[in-house]
Design a protein around this ligand. Structure first.
Ligand code: SAH
Length: 314
């Protein structure tokens, strides 16, 4: 797995076509294998929850509300408006999982939403859930559809969407420049782009990369979660600036997601968790085994949970 992290190199780290293909295959298989288990225990949102920074003793039902809060907080941070004239009408959910965000956003705004994922199992399940909720094709302005497609080569025309949403998928992207380039390409003039993603800490001006012991932790997480080299929040901001995007804002929400991984580990160690893990397969078990490293990474300030938002110029 590539592990370069410094400055401009990180966001455009050269990864060969063959490496990219292997990564796409690994991601697809990982989510094909693990998504049903996740859904059975955690529900339709495959992302962190947003908590009060002093939250203690959170119950599973509170975690599910915290995941909805994450979506709402991201929309509020990006200043996405509910106003009938200004609310989004056409949304893309890049790296959609089983479509938790897609369906939520489509219902909230009465909008059309297109989700893409690398996992055929996820795309099928996402569509089945949408169809079951009457979002398949009943109301034309509110159609929620899913397909298997690569975020780095999206099957959409330029300027199609007025809200571009990427919830915890950016960390899987081997070429951040191409990733952001595609988000911008499919965005309509004036559209809002929201990226919620895992980053490594910002580097200081005299650092070219993370320290070896920090990098070692990320490398272990990378190989089990099918992630390429990480970049920092500052790298994303630089990238968006270089593309002349407007109203670029970012924030570190690491403190607001702290209860999440301990809770995931607790459910994985429950009877239901262990039996589901064993039934899911090796990739899922390997993923579960590195979860404590996520906690360590956050505690040591190596990992940051970041939101980065901007607007495409009119
Ligand atoms: N956003 C979802 C799922 C997050 S899990 C949610 O919050 O519930 C990460 C998702 O990113 C998975 O669905 C995975 O298939 C997708 N993904 C990773 N790399 C991708 C790529 N290159 N193109 C499309 N989707 C990708």
């Amino acid at each position: 797995m590539a592990s370069s992290t410094g400055g401009d190199v990180a966001v455009a780290a050269p990864v060969s076509e063959q490496q990219q293909q292997e990564l796409r295959k690994g991601i697809a298989e990982f989510y094909d294998e693990s998504s049903l288990m996740w859904e059975n225990i955690w529900g339709e949102h495959m992302h962190h929850g947003y908590y009060d920074t002093d939250a203690v003793d959170v119950q599973l039902s509170d975690h599910r509300s915290a995941q909805i809060r994450m979506v709402e907080q991201a929309l509020a941070f990006a200043n996405v408006l509910d106003d009938p004239e200004k609310k989004p009408k056409s949304i893309v959910d890049v790296g959609c999982g089983i479509g938790g965000s897609s369906r939520y956003l489509a219902k909230k705004y009465g909008a059309e939403c297109c989700g893409i994922t690398l996992s055929p199992v996820q795309a099928e399940r996402a569509q089945a859930l949408a169809d079951a909720q009457g979002l398949g094709d009943k109301v034309p302005s509110l159609i929620v559809s899913f397909q298997v497609a690569d975020a780095l080569n999206q099957p959409f025309p330029d300027g199609k969407f007025d809200l571009v949403w990427s919830m915890e998928s950016g960390e899987h992207m081997p070429d951040k420049l191409k990733f952001v380039g595609e988000l911008v390409r499919v965005a309509a003039p004036g559209a809002t782009i929201i990226i919620v993603t895992w980053c490594h800490r910002d580097l200081s001006s005299d650092e070219k990369s993370l320290r070896p012991e920090e990098q070692k932790i990320l490398d272990k997480i990378c190989s089990s979660f099918y992630l390429p080299a990480w970049c920092s929040t500052a790298d994303y901001v630089k990238l968006l600036e270089s593309l002349s995007l407007q109203d670029i804002e970012s924030a570190d929400w690491s403190g607001n997601v702290a209860p999440f991984w301990p809770a995931v580990i607790k459910t994985a160690l429950s009877w239901k968790g262990i039996t589901s893990l064993l039934r899911s397969g090796w990739k899922t078990i390997r993923g579960a085994m590195v979860m404590p490293l996520m906690i360590e990474g956050f505690k040591k300030d190596i990992i940051k949970f970041s939101i980065i938002t901007c607007r495409k110029p009119e």
